[in-house]
Write a protein that binds this ligand. Structure first.
Ligand code: TGC
Ligand code: FAD
Length: 393
């Protein structure tokens, strides 16, 4: 069975349970057999490989760490290590799974009614219904508490929704959107709503011109006097905090996932440096090249150890959102550094999509920005360390 990293100095593999190892190996085989052969073509075309959705479902990757309703019930560690494998393929494939599981199924499971859970979760786990998560707006990204989208309750208990969301992963292909809207004044009035595709007044438009995460659909959502039944609200959602809880779950997975991108660029650069000769020697024999490989590898190993610890804390119910922010911030920065260093090490070949480097380099820019930018996570940690809020306001 292949290992987490071909050079696994800290024997990370031994920290996984047999079940986690088997799940990871199955996802790794899927990535090698089904993702890598088609991903460059999809990246060039700007399309998501939706033919892969049934296999992602069979592998248990849709709502992987959720319990019941047809979900795989994996440990958080198992979920994370499988996301790492998906992102070794492409960040777009990992994003698809993160959004479906952590940002759509998780809030339905956590804040939804029994009827909402029965209606959506089994079909979402089976990949037969696709969801998206609408928090960000054109004018409110890092500061979602300022959102303009409004849901106004009518005398008969139904709702009327107005507003728009932007940068919404899976929006183009969604059957249902989890939409966060103010129901009164202030961030405490924010509630989640399930808005079904086809509801009059709900329009979706693909964001075009993206040069990052091209194998992923990203949309704008528009709500123009959308009439929603009384039971469209997620009844247990209470304020911005509920939306942020979904982000915690997703960010922990993304932190693990980003290391898959880092491994892909590291492994490619390491192989290349042993094969490519200049001045009569493999470039990997030069000290400057070795230093670059050592920096990449150390960052990846440190990130893996932090991710493993984070997920075990999560399993013990002890993880805080500061832990999650530190891990997302660290690992995505490592992946971004690995992509740029690998690009340097491949010389001119590093800019060409015959190799996976430039695709990962472009993708990681989105990962660096979404789910809280690098700097927002710096401020979250800064607040934790000093007790001082540097967000402004
Ligand atoms: P703030 O006053 O700090 O917090 C409001 C209440 O929420 C609590 N809280 C959290 N709870 C759970 N998890 C977290 N991560 C939490 N962060 C804060 C907080 O304790 C407070 O509770 P209470 O009881 O005191 O009311 O709120 P703020 O408005 O000052 O904002 C804070 C900030 C900046 C940290 C937050 O808004 C933030 O994280 N901004 C970044 C926005 C973001 O990450 N957006 C992501 C959109 S989704 C996405 O990008 C999907 S990409 C998908 C893919 O393809 O993978
Ligand atoms: P802004 O908030 O405008 O930030 C611009 C810059 O200012 C950043 O560098 C930021 O760090 C900095 N900045 C902001 N505030 C401060 C501060 N107080 N102090 C210091 N610096 C600050 N959102 C969803 O809701 N659902 C999705 O499915 C989703 N998918 C996405 C997919 C992609 C491909 C991308 C690129 C984004 C996606 N997003 C999604 C949106 C994403 O969460 C936002 O882009 C992100 O939260 C940042 O918001 P913004 O782009 O508006 O940047």
């Amino acid at each position: 069975m292949s290992r987490v990293l071909s050079l696994d100095l800290f024997d990370i593999e031994s920290h996984l349970t047999e079940e986690e190892r088997m799940a990871r190996a199955a996802v790794a085989r899927f990535v090698d057999a089904d993702v890598l052969p088609v991903i460059t073509e999809h990246f060039r075309a700007g399309t998501f490989p939706d033919k892969l959705i049934p296999t992602l479902a069979d592998l248990g990757m849709l709502g992987a760490n959720l319990q019941g309703y047809g979900c795989a019930g994996m440990s958080h560690t198992g979920y994370g290590i499988c996301l790492l494998e998906l992102e070794r393929g492409d960040s777009g494939i990992r994003s698809f799974a993160s959004v479906q599981g952590s940002l759509v199924m998780y809030p339905i499971l956590t804040f939804g009614s029994e009827a909402q859970k029965d209606r959506w979760l089994p079909q979402m786990a089976a990949g037969k219904a696709i969801g998206c998560f609408g928090l960000t707006e054109p004018d409110y990204g890092s500061d979602p508490g300022g959102m303009l989208t409004r849901a106004v309750q009518q005398k008969d208990g139904s709702w009327v929704l107005n507003g728009s969301k932007r940068w919404i992963t899976n929006g183009t292909i969604c059957n249902v959107a989890v939409v966060w809207a103010k129901t009164g004044e202030g961030a405490d009035s924010i509630r989640g709503f399930l808005v079904e595709r086809g509801t009059p007044g709900f329009e979706v438009k693909e964001v075009t011109g993206k040069w990052s995460l091209r194998a992923s659909y990203t949309a704008e959502l528009y709500f123009d006097d959308v009439k929603l039944p009384a039971d469209a609200i997620l009844p247990k959602s209470t304020g911005l905090k509920s939306a942020l809880m979904c982000l915690n779950n997703a960010r922990a997975g993304i932190a693990f996932g980003a290391l898959g991108s880092a491994m892909a660029t590291f492994e490619c650069a390491r192989r290349y440096s042993m094969e490519r000769k200049q001045f009569g020697r493999p470039i990997g024999s030069f000290q400057l090249v070795q230093e670059k490989l050592v920096e990449m590898y150390t960052g990846i190993q440190a990130g893996l150890l932090m991710s493993l610890h984070l997920m075990r804390l999560k399993e013990a119910g002890k993880a805080t959102h500061a832990h999650v922010s530190m891990c997302k911030r660290h690992n995505v920065a490592v992946a971004r550094k690995c992509a740029i260093t690998a690009r340097e090490l491949l010389g001119a070949n590093g800019i060409c999509d015959d190799y996976p480097i430039v695709r990962h380099l472009l993708n990681i820019e989105s990962v660096y920005t979404y789910e809280g930018t690098h700097d927002i996570h710096t401020l979250i940690l800064g607040r934790e360390l000093t007790g001082q809020n540097a967000f402004g306001g």
